[in-house]
Design a binder for this molecule. Structure first.
Ligand code: ADP
Length: 170
């Protein structure tokens, strides 16, 4: 992807975004969400389709074990393919979270009707997208989904244009 020179003077923040199985199950929706990512000027650093085993889902959402929706969530997230992205943008974590909208779909429809979850979410669990909520979780989640990705290596080798920019990653 081409990067404009103006981007190089900005501090980019990496985040982990996921298109969940409910959306990937519909190819047109998956494509629409990809377009929305581009329209919102995120740099797509990496993206891939993958599917979780049940134990991946349990590990990723361990902090929610014991909550009433945990089993439902674990089953849903291992029910079919997902698309994971490493995205970069100035204040990228907040921008992606704002674009997604609140966790609960009906709240999203009420408070942020143009958000992704409001427009495309089916239920509070099947809510279309995931996004890291802090730099710490972005680091952990990028590592979880893309264990072979090393930001310093990417800056040096894969994306030489970024050498003159700055990447925020902690
Ligand atoms: P977010 O994905 O907005 O960061 P959480 O980390 O709190 O939200 O929850 C993780 C996921 O668990 C949500 O995206 C949603 O799929 C599911 N979830 C959270 N809260 C509920 C709930 N009250 N009822 C059903 N599913 C929920």
């Amino acid at each position: 992807m081409l990067l404009t020179t103006t981007r190089l003077s900005k501090v980019l923040q990496l985040t982990l975004a996921v298109i969940k199985p409910d959306a990937v199950a519909h190819p047109l929706m998956s494509e629409a969400l990809h377009q929305i990512i581009l329209e919102n000027k995120f740099v797509i650093v990496r993206n891939k389709e993958l599917a979780w085993r049940r134990q991946d889902s349990e590990k990723f959402y361990a902090e929610h074990s014991g909550r009433f929706f945990y089993q439902r969530l674990v089953e849903f997230m291992s029910s079919g393919p997902m698309r994971a992205y490493i995205l970069a943008k100035e204040d990228g974590i907040r921008h992606w979270r704002d674009l997604m909208g609140p966790t609960k779909v009906f709240r999203a429809r009420y408070t942020s009707p143009t958000s992704l979850r409001a427009q495309f979410g089916l239920t509070d669990t099947r809510n279309t997208t995931h996004g890291s909520d802090s730099p710490e979780s972005a680091r952990r989640e990028i590592c979880f989904f893309f264990p072979d990705f090393h930001v310093e290596e990417w800056m040096d080798k894969d994306e030489p244009l970024f050498r003159s920019g700055r990447i925020l990653y902690d």
